[in-house]
Design a binder for this molecule. Structure first.
Ligand SMILES: Cc1ncc(COP(=O)(O)O)c(C=O)c1O
Length: 473
């Protein structure tokens, strides 16, 4: 080894210049987003011409590469943070969290270990405590930040299994037919087979039918299986439906089962008066998935799992290793987060939520969530006044589903219309709306939860939808 300079370093002035350039680009993104097309996707042949597979043996220098990022990479994505993205779960981010994320990456904080970053562990604990308080969880509860809702759901089932059953072969898990696909994926990863998963039917409002739930639990018990976990929804992805959480909590208690709630989408509504009432029972869960990169306005990736008894996480995820000796291991409050989850090396995810909550305050988060709930209600109100439009599921927790079906148009034709309207809207690029399927019918699903969306924009979108729909019939 000789003493040449680090081949991966840059002089400070160059670092600053590039940094300012990047910040300018991000600020432009935040301020000019509304003028941009929402969906900017490209077919593979063209994309493979722009982003080439050759390994860059020799560096091309930052100027060229950063220009490539700007014009080729960031110009060809869906703006899931666009105020007029109504598809999937839109991901309105916020600038403060982006800066906090940059700081966390810049300092490359290792968030696995108290010894490595006591401050990061304390920030995570405090931020988890805030979420616990918002959701009505007891002081003894704990939690951890993870990559997203899928990982949180996976960890919840792993924790339920560890806590409730010895033998995975006999265990059965129950959830409604409207439950997010990440739950069955989690079960599959954990080695459960389809005969150990019970998708319980839903009522006409897409909520779990608890009579069916009890029926299946009793039947499985009689047949020698071990029902050990029920998963309820606090806001389904399709319709925003909330399962009857207090009833499910009582059933879980009666049968000594773990009660997990998937609140990845909807739990944030607990910040609002309306949402708090709708989400009664959230506080009864043994574990709860939240997803700050959804309705808590954080940039990807940050999900969260809360557990009623913190010790359950440690019992599930702690593994000893001689190289992980920590002098403070026995001090309960000095948490090593790697003992509470899957990752050993972890980024400092908590920082963005912590910082944005401190900068804006919980009241402003509450107002931002309220805007999404009201936007969906406003869309419903406008569409009810337009001829031919039917509300399939009314605005609930910021989601509604609609079809265009004027008199004389059959179901099949209306299904096809929903698809065509979605495609045409997306092609025009002012808004992005996709379809889903409910009770076998294709419907337009709208999730208008970006707090920057205005009434005027909503009116334009509704007029656009109506014009397209009429032109098709
Ligand atoms: C209700 C629900 N649960 C879980 C998930 C999975 O979360 P993630 O995409 O953060 O992994 C989603 C994602 O949309 C969701 O809507």
């Amino acid at each position: 080894m000789n003493d040449d300079t680090n081949p991966l370093s840059l002089p400070p002035d160059e670092m600053r210049r590039l940094g300012y350039q990047v910040i300018d680009q991000i600020v432009d993104h935040f301020t000019n987003l509304k003028d941009k097309k929402v969906l900017n996707t490209f077919p593979h042949p063209e994309m493979s011409q722009i982003i080439k597979p050759d390994i860059p043996i020799e560096g091309q220098g930052p100027e060229k590469v950063f220009q490539h990022l700007k014009t080729d990479i960031f110009a060809h994505t869906l703006h899931s943070d666009h105020p007029r993205t109504f598809a999937f779960i839109p991901a309105a981010s916020n600038y403060i969290s982006v800066l906090a994320d940059a700081l966390a990456a810049g300092h490359n904080v290792f968030s696995g270990h108290w010894m490595s970053a006591a401050s990061a562990a304390q920030v995570e604990t405090v931020t988890i405590d805030w979420l616990k308080e918002c959701c009505g969880f007891p002081v003894r509860a704990g939690g951890i930040f993870v990559s997203g809702g899928s990982t949180a759901n996976l960890m919840a089932v792993a924790t339920a299994k560890k806590s409730k059953i010895d033998n995975r072969k006999n265990g059965v898990v129950y959830f409604s037919q409207q439950t997010h696909s990440s739950v069955s994926k989690a079960l599959r990863i954990l080695g459960f087979h389809s005969h150990q998963m019970r998708a319980i039917p839903v009522d006409d409002q897409f909520r779990m039918q608890t009579d069916d739930l009890v029926f299946h639990i009793q039947k499985d018990k009689k047949e020698g299986r071990e029902p050990f976990c029920i998963i309820g929804n606090a806001g389904t992805t399709n319709t925003g439906a909330i399962d009857p959480l207090p009833v499910i909590a009582e059933i879980a208690r009666r049968f000594n089962m773990w009660f997990h709630i998937d609140g990845a989408y909807g739990a944030a509504a607990v910040l609002t008066e309306k949402g708090k009432k709708l989400l009664t029972g959230l506080e009864l869960a043994d574990s709860l998935t939240l997803d700050p990169h959804k309705w808590w306005f954080q940039p990807y990736e940050i999900g969260c799992l809360l557990v009623r008894e913190k010790s359950h996480l440690k019992e599930t995820f702690h593994v000893s290793a001689e190289y992980l000796v920590n002098p403070d291991d026995r001090i309960e409050k000095e948490i090593n987060y790697y003992d509470y989850g899957i990752q050993l090396t972890r980024s400092f995810r908590a920082l963005k939520l912590y910082t944005s909550l401190k900068v804006f305050g919980l009241d402003n988060f509450k107002k931002a969530v309220e805007r999404g709930i009201e936007a969906a209600e406003y869309i419903e109100q406008l569409l009810r006044q337009k001829e031919g439009w039917k509300i399939v599921t009314p605005a609930q927790l910021g989601i509604l589903n609609v079809v265009y079906q004027p008199t004389g148009v059959g179901d099949q034709k209306a299904d096809a219309l929903a698809k065509t309207i979605s495609t045409k809207i997306s092609e025009e690029g002012y808004a992005f709306i996709l379809t889903t399927v409910l009770n076998g019918r294709t419907v337009l699903r709208m999730c208008p939860i970006h707090p920057g969306l205005t009434k005027e924009e909503i009116q334009i979108i509704i007029d656009q939808m109506d014009t397209i729909a009429q032109s098709l019939v």
